[in-house]
Design a protein around this ligand. Structure first.
Ligand SMILES: Cc1cc2nc3c(=O)[nH]c(=O)nc-3n(C[C@H](O)[C@H](O)[C@H](O)COP(=O)(O)O)c2cc1C
Length: 394
């Protein structure tokens, strides 16, 4: 089974990831992971990040080193070990850092302090920091590479920053994904981009932060991934947990999600129709999952990210060392991470889909996996053993 474990602190010497379950024979070089690592840092590949991304990203130049599991440019089937050095470590090493005793509401400081009996809260935030997603994503992007070898692609776009919403309803999915790569905010609607940046600028001027909503889509997903025999098998539950595993993500929707509450049942489903020898759908309200199983339509997921907890403007807190009421102290931080989180979400979806594909098809080598994958039903009527003129209904 595909599984990712990471280790490493935000300002430690390096972050590491171990990825198990990738079949042998997948071409893999560290450079293959570079474009996605840059997208995670900057929101896109085109250049500078949007204004409001953490200044830390100007220091780090994430480069993955592959230490195990790859020989002669191909995976061996053994666990893959990846290392990313923290450039910021050199600045922190040996530096006298004050004990952190004033918890920032909404961050890991308070809960980590309680859970691990910390007098100095810093070890908690060192690990809870989303810096960890650099290593996690390096491993997830290997999963993306595996999926790409099978014709499955995953992308994301931002649809809301603060109160500014993008208008994308008329844009086909492929166009949304294409346009997202053209700008650091990952927003397909060019008229909304400036307003979104202005919303981030406003927050920065006010010493505040801002959240937003993004969508992740997967195209080329075959029907039959996931399951309903137990709740843990449900693809929706696995993808939901994976997206909620991104720091600061507070809600996830599949397909039309919460909007379905206001829609009559007859209009909320994706009616079947015949399109020649293919079974087609007129809509995708379900977001590509029915009864916990992929149905062959594109997967569409949406997630909301809260505004970052670390703010320049002080928030009320209590110094846990002495008990006096005080204000939070500022730590260098992002003002908005929605575009960056969207890229992280692509990685998480890649992880879960790669796991579901391996579970369905298995295979120790990429050739074995591909052969089994290509035999999966794709939606032709014959795949479902349907009589095109059925006489008996039940
Ligand atoms: C890509 C990314 C970057 C983040 N950067 C910051 C940051 O600079 N400052 C901050 O306070 N939180 C940041 N966060 C969110 C915190 O890690 C998160 O709020 C914290 O771990 C507490 O977890 P919770 O919000 O899920 O409760 C970031 C999250 C992501 C996904």
């Amino acid at each position: 089974m595909i599984h990712i474990t990471t280790a490493g602190e935000s300002h430690g010497p390096a972050l590491t990831a171990i990825l198990e379950g990738i079949p042998a024979g997948l071409p893999l070089q560290p450079e293959d992971l570079q474009p996605d690592l840059i997208r995670r840092q900057n929101g896109w590949l085109g250049g500078e990040p949007y204004r409001g991304a953490s200044p830390r990203m100007q220091i780090e130049r994430d480069r993955a080193q592959i230490l195990a599991g790859v020989m002669d440019g191909k995976t061996t089937g053994a666990p893959i070990a990846i290392l990313i050095e923290n450039a910021d470590h050199a600045k922190w090493k040996g530096r006298a850092v004050d004990a952190m005793t004033i918890p920032r509401p909404g961050h890991a400081d308070f809960t980590a302090g309680l859970k691990y009996a910390l007098e100095d809260l810093r070890p908690g935030l060192e690990r809870a920091s989303a810096r960890e997603t650099a290593a996690r994503m390096a491993a997830c992007f290997v999963c993306r590479k595996l999926l790409a070898a099978l014709g499955i692609s995953i992308g994301s776009y931002v649809i809301q920053i603060g109160t500014v919403k993008a208008g994308i309803l008329d844009l086909p999915l492929a166009e949304r994904l294409r346009r997202a790569e053209e700008n650091s905010l990952r927003c397909p609607d060019s008229s909304a981009r400036e307003k979104m940046q202005a919303e981030i600028d406003r927050a920065m001027t006010a010493g505040d932060t801002v959240g937003g909503i993004f969508e992740v889509a997967a195209i080329g997903v075959p029907p039959g991934l996931g399951g309903f025999a137990t709740w843990e098998q449900r693809l929706g539950s696995r993808l939901g947990a994976a997206l909620l595993g991104i720091p600061a993500v507070k809600g996830v929707e599949i397909g039309d999600g919460f909007a379905l509450a206001a829609v009559p049942g007859t209009q909320a489903q994706d009616a079947f129709r015949r399109d020649g020898e293919t079974l087609a759908r007129a809509s995708n309200h379900a977001g590509g999952i029915e009864a916990g199983i992929s149905n062959g339509q594109p997967l569409i997921l949406r997630a909301v990210m809260k505004p970052i907890a670390t703010t320049i403007s002080p928030q009320h807190s209590v110094d846990l060392a002495g008990g006096e009421t005080t204000d939070t102290r500022y730590e260098r931080s992002d003002f908005c991470t929605v575009p960056r989180a969207a890229v992280v979400a692509e990685g998480m979806v890649s992880y879960i889909l790669a796991e579901a594909v391996q579970e369905k098809c298995g295979g120790d080598s990429i050739g074995e996996l591909r052969e089994r994958f290509e035999r999966l039903p794709r939606g032709a009527l014959g795949d479902f053993h349907l009589d095109p003129n059925p006489k008996v209904f039940w």
